[in-house]
Write a protein that binds this ligand. Structure first.
Ligand SMILES: NC(=O)c1ccc[n+]([C@@H]2O[C@H](COP(=O)([O-])OP(=O)(O)OC[C@H]3O[C@@H](n4cnc5c(N)ncnc54)[C@H](OP(=O)(O)O)[C@@H]3O)[C@@H](O)[C@H]2O)c1
Length: 343
């Protein structure tokens, strides 16, 4: 049995769902994979707490759901930041699910650097550290031999990164298109049937699907973040946000949606990577009117999807229905098991 000492950074929708998975699948993980996950440290916006013998996952989840911050938990360490704790903590795995901050990447970026520098495995749900420092983090991981995985950062539990890296050996991707943000997809669908924009967004927030700053969803940046991660990890392109043309859905009106419907079309927020003759890619995010028979037009409400056209593997179409954060937390678990089960 391998004991995996875990540090959970962020205790919001995603990492609370991760705790829930440990509650219901802990025994299965021990039996089937020989892995015993023990939560030895926690961080939220109020601070950090440490328990070398391990916290009870159910007790922490329930405390957070009851509104108790980490600073009220046993083991609270006053004045210690999440990254400072990472410099000295005895742990094997960091599960980083703090909010996206595209300006500084913090607190996730410093935590990520500190973990990888020490050779400690890192699983990210937070896209910002990868969007801002993809190459740096990968070089660090390579230098120290630390595990680094982030399948949860792109389309929740849909294994876009995994299949792109593992299952498209030697392929040249000619075109890739996707719907990567279910909040904006849901809003557009609901607006098309007469619901108010604000009401649909409020439902996405209440379900724990929207970003902490929902402007990231509706202005297209969350989709662009995912496209940047795909570009770097699957297309082999060193792209950043500055390389993506980004337009969101905030200017889309009910009248435009109705006009599209009258022509058997539906408006979606679409990410695209189009290979150019010189081997580079044109990257864009923006609303597109799609014909009803289009695969992406079939991604309804809480669905996200991707189609990948490559020279070797034909045209692949994948989609997922995800209306709560549990599948994203499961993607973090999948990454963790893949890093440790065969190590
Ligand atoms: N929700 C989804 O379905 C989903 C899907 C894929 C990826 N993601 C990504 O996963 C990450 C987490 O999402 P979420 O929905 O769980 O977010 P969330 O519910 O807003 O939770 C964020 C957590 O981070 C904590 N936090 C905020 N600032 C912090 C700081 N400076 N130091 C330490 N902790 C801090 C918050 O603390 P408090 O509890 O004190 O507020 C909260 O516990 C985001 O990066 C998001 O993009 C989410």
């Amino acid at each position: 049995m391998k004991r995996i000492r875990c540090y959970l950074v962020g205790l919001g929708n995603v990492n609370r769902s991760f705790l829930r998975i440990l509650e219901i699948k802990g025994e299965r993980l021990r039996r089937a994979y020989g892995l015993a996950f023990r939560v030895v440290a926690l961080a939220d916006s109020s601070g950090v707490a440490v328990a070398a013998a391990g916290f009870d996952p159910a007790a922490i989840r329930q405390a957070k759901e009851a509104g108790r911050p980490v600073r009220d938990l046993p083991g609270y360490q006053p004045g210690v930041s999440p990254a400072a704790l990472m410099e000295t903590l005895a742990c094997d795995l960091v599960l980083e699910a703090s909010p996206v901050n595209l300006q500084t990447g913090e607190p996730g970026l410093s935590v990520a650097r500190a973990a990888l520098r020490r050779g400690i495995a890192l699983v990210l749900a937070n896209k910002a550290p990868l969007v801002l420092a993809f190459g740096e983090l990968h070089r660090l991981a390579q230098t120290t031999g630390a595990g680094l995985a982030y399948s949860a950062t792109v389309c929740g539990a849909l294994p876009v990164i995994n299949l792109g890296r593992r299952d498209l050996i030697a392929a040249d991707i000619v075109q890739l298109r996707g719907i990567f943000n279910s909040t904006s997809n849901f809003i557009l669908e609901q607006m098309a049937v007469g619901r108010a924009y604000a009401e649909a967004l409020a439902e996405a927030q209440q379900r724990g699907i929207a970003e902490a700053d929902p402007a990231l969803d509706v202005e297209g940046w969350d989709t662009a973040n995912k496209l940047v991660i795909i570009a770097n990890s699957v297309l082999g392109v060193e792209a950043g946000l500055a390389d993506v043309t980004v337009e969101g859905i905030t200017q889309i009106t009910p009248a435009q949606l109705a006009a599209a419907a009258a022509q058997a079309q539906t408006i979606k927020l679409v990410a695209q990577a189009q290979r150019q003759t010189d081997g580079s890619y044109r990257l864009s995010v923006g609303p597109l009117a799609l014909a009803e028979g289009d695969f992406l037009a079939s991604c309804a409400g809480w669905e996200m999807g991707i189609e990948i056209h490559s020279d070797l593997y034909g045209r692949m179409y994948h989609k997922i229905w995800e209306r709560e954060p549990l599948p994203t937390a499961a993607a973090m678990l999948r990454d963790a098991v893949n890093l440790f089960a065969n190590a």
